[in-house]
Design a protein around this ligand. Sequence first.
Ligand SMILES: Nc1ncnc2c1ncn2[C@@H]1O[C@H](COP(=O)(O)OP(=O)(O)O)[C@@H](O)[C@H]1O
Ligand SMILES: [Mg+2]
Length: 225
Amino acid sequence: MEMIQLNQINLTYPSSEQPILNDLSIQISKGEWVSLVGPSGSGKTSLLKILSGTVEPTQGDIVINQTNINEMPLKKRHDFLRKQVATVYQQFRLLPQFSVLENVMLPLVPYTKQKKQLEQRALALITEVGLDHRVHHFPEQLSGGEQQRVAIARALLSDPPILLCDEPTGNLDSKNRDVILELLSKIHSTGKTILLATHDEVVAQKGDTIHTFHDGVVHTGAPST
Ligand SMILES: Nc1ncnc2c1ncn2[C@@H]1O[C@H](COP(=O)(O)OP(=O)(O)O)[C@@H](O)[C@H]1O
Ligand SMILES: [Mg+2]
C-alpha cells in the first residue's frame, strides 16, 4: 500500500527564482524506510517540510494515507498532518524549561483533557527509549544522544504512521548515532514509515530505498549491502 505519493512536486521559494524541487514524483510504501541524501541545499529539508505541512509546494499533488492533502482546507490539513506525521530534528528542539516528561507530553497537552492518561503514555514512551531514569531531568542535564531519544519519544506520542527525521544523528558521535539507529530500527519494525535525511553514509545505508537529491532532481536506488 502506498503511504505517501508525491506527484510532480515543484518548489520555488518566493525569494528565489531557482526551483528547489523540479517535477519530483516519488512513491513510498507503508513501512518503507527511505533515506534522503544529496549535497547541502539540494532540497531534503524542504521536502520534509512539505510533508509536515510547514512549506507549501508551488505545484504538485501530495497524497498521504489515501488522502490528497492539497484539496483540504488549511486547518483540516494541519489537523490531518498532525496525526499522520511527526518530525525529529538534528538540533533535538526540546524546550529547556520543561522536564523530559513534560517535553514528551507537550504536543498533546492542548488536545487532551485526560492528563493522567497522557502522562502514562509519555512515561511508557520514555521507558521505550531507555530513559526511565531521566524522567524528571531537564534537557541541559542530558547528553545529545539522550536528548534525541527524548525527541523521538515526543514524536511517537501521537502514534503517527510516518516519522520524518532531518539529520537526526548530525549532532551525535558515532556511538550515540548507533544507539539512535538501533532505536529507529526498533520503531521501524513496529510498522512505521520513515523518511530520513542524512549526510552520513552509514545512516543512509539503513534505508530500504535511497533517494539522491541533485539540482532539483531525485534519483532512486537501493542500499549497496
Ligand atoms: N524559506 C526559504 N526561503 C528561501 N529559500 C530557502 C528557504 N528554505 C530553504 N531555502 C533554500 O532552498 C534550498 C534547499 O534547502 P534545504 O531544503 O534546506 O536543503 P537541504 O536540506 O538538502 O540542505 C537552499 O538553497 C536553501 O537556501
Ligand atoms: Mg537540510
